[in-house]
Design a protein around this ligand. Structure first.
Ligand code: ADP
Length: 593
């Protein structure tokens, strides 16, 4: 673990040390001052007292007479007793006796009248002075008293004491104080470290837990059982984490629902921010623009989807903050028609982006066109025979009924058109039935060769008339499982076409074989063939290569689409291979199951 010097623990420990250092230092300082002053005062008082006692013993006459030997012996003996230096000075400041000097040396001593303590004593005060003695190289305390005879100052008595004892005593005390300070500091450091560690422990736990919370792990719990503020803080943090976990859980569930909705939507959803940068898209958008989410999200709209019309709608919404709806014809990546609904997204009342809902209308529009075309086609197909029938009936009514030569011919034409109408309605009903979802196939197993034979026989008259030879090459024992009636319809339509669109003395071949899991059946003719450009549309309703010819041959243009429907209902496919002028091969497959 790396030491964080700014950590709460260290701050607390250093604060302790600082407080102890400052308070101890102050106490020591004032204590030291007080002690020094008191001790000095004590020494002074006792020295003054002693000075009074000594002064009383000094023989005044001897002083006045300048009897130095007497005074010398006196000061020396007294000095030994009271353990301090005694000096006797006369009124003029001349030293008469000194306990530390011999008589001869005393004579050489300089005049003391200028010494501050002596001056004071000569003025009838008690002189006090602390001075550094150059001779002894220590601080000395001097006390000087006036020596009086008949109330008159006749000299000065001075007592001197070296302060080295006091200094020594103070030094010892100071040393003890300093040691105590170090000891107290050490103790404070150890105790402080233990204490701060104990205080920091729950705080560290909370920091650890808060870190986990910030990373989204709310399952972590802070275990602090104390009833103090820290305990309370821990329980508040635990509660907060629990609430956050619940809230995030709720948001996640809602988010998942939203994602599921967005992903299953058939509409494309694009969300852009106010700088028209794509924030998110749903899978439908990927399909529409044939690209991946990664190529879209995070990029500016126009860079990702190069469509100015779409970008124009977004820009308008972002500027005006109003809903916009438009149908757009998109040429890229494929030609499609889209209904675009764009709504502004607000955040605290300010436009923060745009939500684009892209609805693919291509299929709907295609179906609408198909329906319109179908209605137009049906009307047109019905109109032609109806007009003819109406016309011939009118002709008959207007007198042709009595025209014995033509009336029968007219009636035959009416019958022919009525049959065409009937065929058309039958085919339409058949187609509409096949297209309805609830159609059920009645499947059975039957011999396909047999079925083809029966159909071919039914076309005997027509084929002979056209001189077309039909060969059934389906293997004799070819069994299939299908709706027999519907299969008859398929064969009838395809063989009918193969004869109708054949040439004189042409041929038709019907054959079948197994191909993987399917059976492939083909009706091949040596007829007129189909131009290449018409092949892709040949199975569409009412699509005919030559409308007039088809009509003439009694065709409705619905036969091949009926075939396609029936085959697809059986789970198979249809197709055609044809060369104009050479013939066609219509084939279909049926799964064998
Ligand atoms: P219909 O035969 O009633 O016109 P179909 O749907 O059966 O309608 O056929 C559509 C068109 O396909 C025909 O009008 C014809 O132009 C073309 N066609 C169908 N079968 C053949 C074929 N075997 N050979 C040439 N053209 C064909």
């Amino acid at each position: 673990m790396n030491i964080k010097i700014h950590s709460f623990k260290y701050k607390l420990a250093f604060s302790y040390l600082f407080i102890i250092l400052v308070s101890f230092g102050l106490i020591a300082f004032f204590l030291d001052r007080k002690l020094e002053n008191n001790s000095l005062q004590d020494i002074k008082t006792s020295l003054i007292n002693q000075a009074y006692l000594v002064e009383a013993q000094i023989p005044k006459e001897a002083l006045l007479q300048g009897n130095t030997p007497l005074m010398d012996s006196l000061v020396k003996s007294l000095s030994q007793k009271i353990k301090c230096r005694i000096t006797v000075i006369n009124k003029a400041g001349k030293v008469l006796a000194d306990s530390e000097e011999t008589i001869n040396e005393v004579l050489k001593m300089e005049n003391h009248s200028d010494r501050p303590e002596i001056k004071k004593a000569l003025s009838d005060y008690t002189g006090e002075e602390i001075r550094y003695s150059k001779t002894l190289r220590i601080d000395m305390l001097y006390i000087a008293l006036p020596i009086k005879s008949d109330r008159e100052i006749i000299g000065v008595l001075r007592l001197a004491l070296p302060l080295s004892d006091l200094k020594e005593m103070l030094f010892v005390i100071r040393r003890v104080v300093l040691y105590s300070l170090f000891f107290a500091l050490g103790l404070a450091f150890i105790l402080g470290a233990i204490l701060t560690r104990e205080i920091a422990k729950p705080i560290n736990r909370m920091i650890y837990a808060s870190n986990k919370f910030s990373k989204g792990d709310f399952s972590h719990k802070i275990h602090i059982t104390s009833k103090d503020e820290l305990g309370e803080l821990a329980s508040v943090l635990n509660k907060m984490a629990e609430n956050l976990e619940d809230k995030i859980g709720e948001i996640e569930v809602k988010n998942q629902h939203l994602m599921a909705i967005l992903e299953s939507m058939v509409e494309g959803i694009v969300v852009v921010d106010k700088a028209s940068r794509i924030i998110s898209v749903n899978p439908t958008v990927e399909k529409i623009f044939n690209t991946s989410k990664n190529n879209l999200e995070g990029r500016v709209f126009l860079e990702a989807i190069r469509n100015n019309d779409l970008f124009g709608i977004i820009n308008g919404v972002l500027k005006k903050g109003e809903f916009a709806s438009r149908e757009l014809n998109l040429m890229w990546p494929v030609q499609k028609i889209f209904q675009i609904n764009a709504s502004p997204v607000f955040e605290k009342g300010i436009i923060s982006g745009c939500l684009l809902v892209i609805h693919d209308m291509t299929e709907i529009r295609k179906l609408e066109t198909m329906r319109r075309d179908f209605v137009a086609n049906v009307s047109h197909e019905l109109k032609t025979p109806l007009t003819s029938i109406k016309g011939f009936i009118e002709t008959l009514i207007e007198g042709a009924i009595d025209d014995k030569e033509n009336n029968r011919h007219f009636l035959n034409i009416i019958q022919e058109h009525a049959q065409r109408l009937n065929q058309l309605v039958e085919d339409l009903l058949s187609l509409s039935h096949l297209e309805s979802k609830d159609i059920a196939l009645e499947k059975s197993i039957f011999n396909l060769h047999q079925l083809a034979d029966n159909i071919i026989s039914s076309f005997k008259v027509l084929s002979e008339k056209k001189n077309v030879e039909i060969k059934n090459e389906i293997p004799q024992e070819f069994l299939i499982r299908a709706d027999k009636d519907r299969m008859e319809q398929v064969f009838t339509n395809l063989i009918d076409n193969a004869i109708k669109f054949n040439k004189e003395k042409g041929g038709v071949k019907v054959y079948g074989r197994e191909e993987g899991k399917d059976m492939k059946i083909a009706i091949e003719d040596s007829g007129i063939g189909i131009p290449e450009k018409d092949i892709p549309r040949i199975f569409e309703r009412f699509y005919r290569v030559d409308k007039a010819r088809s009509r003439e041959l009694g065709g409705t243009g619905l036969g091949l689409s009926i075939v396609k429907h029936i085959v697809e209902l059986h789970g198979g496919n249809v197709g055609v291979e044809s060369v104009e002028g050479l013939g066609s091969k219509f084939w279909f497959t049926l799964p064998m199951q």
